[in-house]
Design a protein around this ligand. Structure first.
Ligand code: NAP
Length: 338
């Protein structure tokens, strides 16, 4: 077989403060031959995710640190180009862990074959993938919203947040989203059915804005960002409120995040529950959750959007854009045509 060249992004240095393009280097190496039980996969869509920022640090995060000189890990949708496994054939499309590279060899048992039409393949990394499962689990299993209650979500126009708000609507809740541009807020309220939206970057007093948007207080807060945004929401938290601590993106670039003692007296006085979670710990819910998410998508009740950048050479730019708020919905890199 003709030698295939693999283009791969490796981590070359660890950031202090915000990550930059200089932390990565694009290399070209020949692709090896898959062994028995392995397949060679061409990357079609690559997912870039906020958790990858934690991996760039040496210390403990919720994902294992990447080593310098190693290819950046990450989920992808890929097409099998060579199979030495009975379960897979050339041409099969799979969810895989190809990472930031154009090809990877994988063991068959690490793959999930996709039965989606081509136009839904990006969604396999968004609403019908890890971010959708995160929204489903955090909202329904931790937030436990009841019809008529008020749900607030931060990072609302992103991959997870946009799904959270819509599931809350499906469950009959008043839903308020917080995001970083007016365009995002309009998308939430005019297209996704959120009852209200707030732009945290331009709001003169976000706490007052949340209080006005939530006349009955906040029963469930789905936190994707932490920091000042969350402090503003928690002022309106109701007695017996629930906080699903999903992400803290506003702190990921800080070497030493601010202490947050203020949350503990609040939990006490409001008799509230705050629970952090990592979606990968809850695989027992995935089949049910994916079934519901797919049913809502196919029934037109759950909308989704992907922001797609073309070309593996732009993977760092797509990733860094998450921290500037460049994306609406799920951020992906299209590495090859389907
Ligand atoms: P995303 O929301 O699609 O993208 C990140 C968004 O965060 C940006 O678009 C930006 O939107 C916002 N943002 C960036 N910096 C910010 C800041 N300093 N303050 C406030 N907002 C900021 O990403 P995602 O994949 O859906 O992830 C959302 C959160 O969930 C992340 O914190 C992530 O780490 C977490 N997560 C956790 C799990 C889990 O298992 N616990 C799983 C998936 C994701 P704006 O324009 O609105 O600022």
């Amino acid at each position: 077989m003709e030698k295939i060249i693999n283009r791969q992004w490796v981590l070359t240095s660890r950031p202090h403060g915000a990550a930059t393009k200089e932390n990565f280097e694009l290399r070209e190496v020949p692709v090896a031959e898959p062994r028995d039980g392995e397949v060679l996969i061409k990357t079609i869509y690559l997912s870039v995710d906020p958790y990858m920022r934690g991996r760039m640090n040496a210390g403990h995060s919720y994902a294992e640190p990447a080593q310098t000189g190693e290819v950046m890990l990450g989920r992808a949708v890929g097409k099998i180009v060579q199979s030495n496994s009975e379960g897979f054939e050339k041409g099969d499309v799979v969810v895989c862990g190809n990472g930031w590279q154009t090809y990877a060899i994988a063991k068959a048992e690490s793959l999930r074959k996709l039965d989606l039409p081509p136009e839904l393949l990006p969604a396999a990394l968004g609403v019908l993938g890890m971010p959708g499962l995160t929204a489903w689990y955090g909202l329904l299993e931790i937030g436990k919203p009841k019809s008529g209650e008020t749900v607030v979500v931060s990072g609302a126009a992103g991959a997870v947040g946009s799904v959270v708000g819509q599931i809350a609507k499906i469950h009959g809740c008043r839903t308020v989203g917080i995001a970083g541009t007016d365009e995002k807020v309009r998308w939430l309220t005019e297209e996704l059915g959120f009852d209200a939206g707030l732009n945290y970057r331009t709001s003169p007093d976000l706490g007052a804005g949340v209080a006005a948007a939530c006349p009955d207080g906040v029963d469930v807060y789905f936190d994707n960002v932490g920091g000042e945004v969350s402090a503003s929401v928690l002022r309106s938290l109701n007695t017996f409120g629930r906080i699903a601590v999903c992400g803290q993106i506003s702190t990921y670039d800080l070497d030493t995040p601010e202490p947050t003692e203020a949350i503990l007296p609040l939990l006490l006085t409001r008799r509230a529950l705050a629970r952090g979670f990592i979606v990968g710990d809850h695989a027992e819910h995935f089949a049910k959750a994916l079934g519901e998410l797919r049913g809502w998508v196919e029934g037109g009740r759950l909308k989704h959007r992907e922001t797609i950048i073309d070309g593996i050479e732009h993977a760092p730019e797509a990733f860094l854009g998450l921290f500037r708020g460049d994306n609406i919905g799920k951020q992906l890199v299209r590495v090859a045509e389907v």
